[in-house]
Design a protein around this ligand. Structure first.
Ligand SMILES: C[S@@+](CC[C@H](N)C(=O)[O-])C[C@H]1O[C@@H](n2cnc3c(N)ncnc32)[C@H](O)[C@@H]1O
Length: 265
């Protein structure tokens, strides 16, 4: 997979999805940073930061004497991130257009490098090699990604469940049948001792993040249609909309699998 073949690139719906998703997972990121310890004064990198990701969290974590760099390859994402940074007055955040597979950033110039939901870009070993090159010896690499096994609704929602099943098939076609194994292998192959934790969030009835399967169905329309057929996909989307109207239905997110470790000195 090349960098430009990121499956959800260039869609307005993707920008909205990433904004919402970043807000939902922000407390989980804070939990992980609390475990890592104090970040005051550090220089840190958020790779493929999209519209928001960890920029606000990291800005606070490193404080006024620290520096946060957020990178992305996509101009629309960088522009959305730029608006967010201005709106939130995050004065210690700089945004740079950069391709993680051909990065122009200075090697060993960061105390911490973070990448979330980047596995779908493919080439995980190359991604990890870039993270390790960019972090200083003894610095921390953090990777967060999706483990889909907990993703469900209570009470059960058959059409949403089938959409999730199809989305998982599309990601399996990208070599992400078991993304957490890919994630662990990245660290192991880089010789980094792994720490790990997980986060799952219960979404109350009507929470906008319950719509994630439908947002993916929009973004991944062509590959989903190739698997399910146009009529079946349309039926699932229609019925999933109805299932989301149930005022008593809770959502349970996928598991956020958070892994980190230190670059050997
Ligand atoms: C699934 S999104 C995740 C965004 C963000 N990390 C988050 O968790 O909200 C993947 C992001 O990686 C960016 N991206 C794709 N290819 C890239 C590359 N080669 N280098 C840097 N960023 C890239 C996309 O533009 C997109 O913003």
């Amino acid at each position: 997979m090349t960098s430009s073949s990121y499956v959800l690139a260039g869609q307005d719906s993707e920008l909205e999805r990433l904004r919402l998703q970043s807000r939902v997972w922000e407390p989980s990121g804070q939990h992980l940073l609390d475990e890592i310890g104090s970040g005051q004064g550090l220089r840190v990198l958020d790779v493929g930061c999209g519209a928001m990701c960890w920029l606000r969290l990291l800005s606070k974590w490193v404080g006024p004497s620290g520096q946060v760099v957020g990178t992305d390859i996509d101009d629309a994402m960088l522009s959305a991130a730029d608006s967010f940074v201005a709106e939130q007055s995050l004065r210690n955040v700089a945004l740079i257009k950069d391709d993680i597979f051909a990065t122009d950033l200075e090697p060993a110039s960061f105390d911490l490098v973070h990448g979330r939901f980047q596995l779908s870009l493919g080439r995980p070993a190359e991604q990890m090699a870039a993270y390790v090159r960019l972090v200083r010896p003894g610095g921390t690499v953090v990777v967060e990604d999706v483990n889909p096994n907990s993703w469900q609704y209570v009470p059960k929602a058959p059409s949403l469940a089938e959409l999730i099943n199809l989305i998982r098939q599309v990601f399996a076609q990208l070599g992400l049948g078991d993304p957490s194994v890919v994630q662990l292998d990245m660290f192991r192959d880089a010789g980094i001792v792994i720490d790990a934790r997980t986060e799952v969030i219960a979404l109350p009835p009507g929470h906008p993040y319950q719509r994630l399967p439908l947002q993916f169905a929009k973004g991944l329309h062509a590959p989903l249609e190739a698997i399910a057929g146009a009529d079946e996909l349309a039926r699932l989307e229609r019925e999933a909309e109805q299932e989301l109207q149930d005022p008593g239905r809770w959502g349970v997110t996928f598991t956020l699998f958070q892994t980190w470790g230190r670059r050997p000195s």
